[in-house]
Write a protein of this length. Sequence first.
Length: 122
Amino acid sequence: MTDPETVLTAYTAAWCERDDSARLRLLESCWAEDGLYLDPTGEARGHAALSAHIGGVLATSPGARIEMTSRADTHHDRLRFGWRMVAADGSVPVEGIDCGRIGADGRLTEIVGFFGAAPPPR
């Protein structure tokens, strides 16, 4: 994968996939083997660990889905994009922004996620 939008489409689909095997296949297509994921709730490195983290999130939010709220903003090997979780009832319990890096093979090597809006200035 070389196009950031294609990579993020697969990555977002992985965050919505409840079947462990299908989710792992999606991650293998878009996520580096040793890719690092960080957000306020956890850390995962590699396909299996990220798949397990996503599975845990989905298990606590039956019927929820993750969707992008922006296109990918990119420069050099970096990207950022907005996202939100939409609950089964249509409410949005959390949204945020992810910043990441794309490796030479076009797959994500790192995502650092932040929840909510940026804090106001002091």
